[in-house]
Design a protein around this ligand. Structure first.
Ligand code: UDP
Length: 316
């Protein structure tokens, strides 16, 4: 058995999960990625397959999970995460956040692993305070269309904290805000892939509603660094990770059109039901406890992402 620290990353073939695989391999871990590939793709991790420090399990975590050998960390990142994905897969989204988390907590308890969950800014729902800090309990409609994701993630936090309190499991809770970068699926329906693909094809850029809703966008490398710092910390309570500056979607669409040197014009489409009006993290805790804050500006992040999208569109 390898002497390296061993980490299981569920959702390891997804956007954030695959970047975490890269990061942990680079930091000298033995990485076991697990994915059922319903939203992830092997293309994101193919380059890791030749490494002896890397293993891949094609598995759905809503079924019993077993991994031979020791596991120092479990990072639970499996879930559809874009609103259009979880609207198409509502039951599976609920199951992976609930039953999947329960299965993995059992594994973590057995292996005495540190258990880190990918929670989300969505647990704040359509927030009535801005920016959101970790003490805000949120404004979620449990039976609304986004409830399947929001409530699954809220349950995930609740059961994870219960395992800490009852079984003394060592836990970490990352509340991840909007993140972007290479390996986002070009058709995942989120604002950035839609805008960038539309701008590159000189098609109409679809802004939903009046475009005056606010979001903040964190570049993937910064997000992965934040998650890694959280994993190595001993902080068991939720911690926001995201970019602490917000812009309107109109502004974001314009930035992308300009960056792509595109002839695209903005067109307005109906706002999805219960689309949050504002969302921006208060990252005071991450700054103080993890000594973390994003370093890559949105402009720089968008440039790097554009290179990836150009390459993907060419090979399509
Ligand atoms: N959005 C948009 N046009 C699109 C896709 C999304 O205007 O083609 C808006 C969406 O209504 C939301 C924001 O962009 O207000 C961010 O949406 P996304 O799906 O990226 O993630 P969310 O923040 O809603 O989880």
């Amino acid at each position: 058995m390898s002497e390296l620290k061993r980490v299981l990353i569920t959702g390891g073939a997804g956007f954030i999960g695959s970047h975490l695989c890269d990061k942990l391999i680079n930091e000298g871990y033995h990485v076991i990625a697990m994915d059922n590939l319903i939203t992830g793709t092997l293309k994101n991790i193919e380059h890791l397959f030749p490494l002896k420090e890397f293993e891949f399990y094609f598995h759905d975590v809503t079924k019993f999970v077993h991994i031979p050998g020791k596991l120092d960390y479990i990072l639970h990142f499996a879930s559809p995460a874009s609103p259009s994905d979880y609207l198409k897969m509502p039951i599976h989204t609920l199951k992976v956040g609930s039953i999947g988390t329960y299965n993995l907590l059992g594994l973590a308890k057995e292996k005495k692993s540190v258990f880190l969950i990918a929670s989300t800014s969505e647990i704040y729902g359509d927030p009535l305070v801005n920016p959101q800090n970790e003490d805000y309990w949120g404004n979620v409609n449990p039976i609304g269309p986004r409830g399947v994701y929001d409530e699954a993630k809220r349950f995930m936090e609740a059961i994870t904290m219960a395992y800490h309190n009852y079984h003394n499991l060592d836990i970490r809770i990352a509340r991840i805000f909007n993140t972007f970068g290479p390996r986002m699926r070009i058709d995942d329906g989120r604002a950035l892939p839609n805008f960038m693909v539309q701008a590159l094809k000189n098609e109409e850029v679809t802004v939903y509603g009046d475009g005056k809703q606010y979001r903040s966008f964190c570049y993937i490398d910064d997000m992965v660094e934040g998650i890694y710092k959280l994993m190595l910390s001993d902080y068991i309570y939720p911690i926001n990770l995201g970019y602490p500056e917000m812009i309107t979607l109109n502004h974001f669409a314009e930035e992308i059109i300009k960056l792509c040197n595109s002839k695209s014009k903005i067109v307005y489409k109906p706002l999805p039901v219960e689309d949050p009006k504002v969302r921006m993290p208060d990252i005071t805790k991450a700054r103080e406890i993890l000594k973390w804050e994003p370093k890559i500006t949105r402009e720089e992040g968008l440039k790097r992402t554009l290179e990836y999208f150009k390459k993907i569109l060419k090979s399509d």
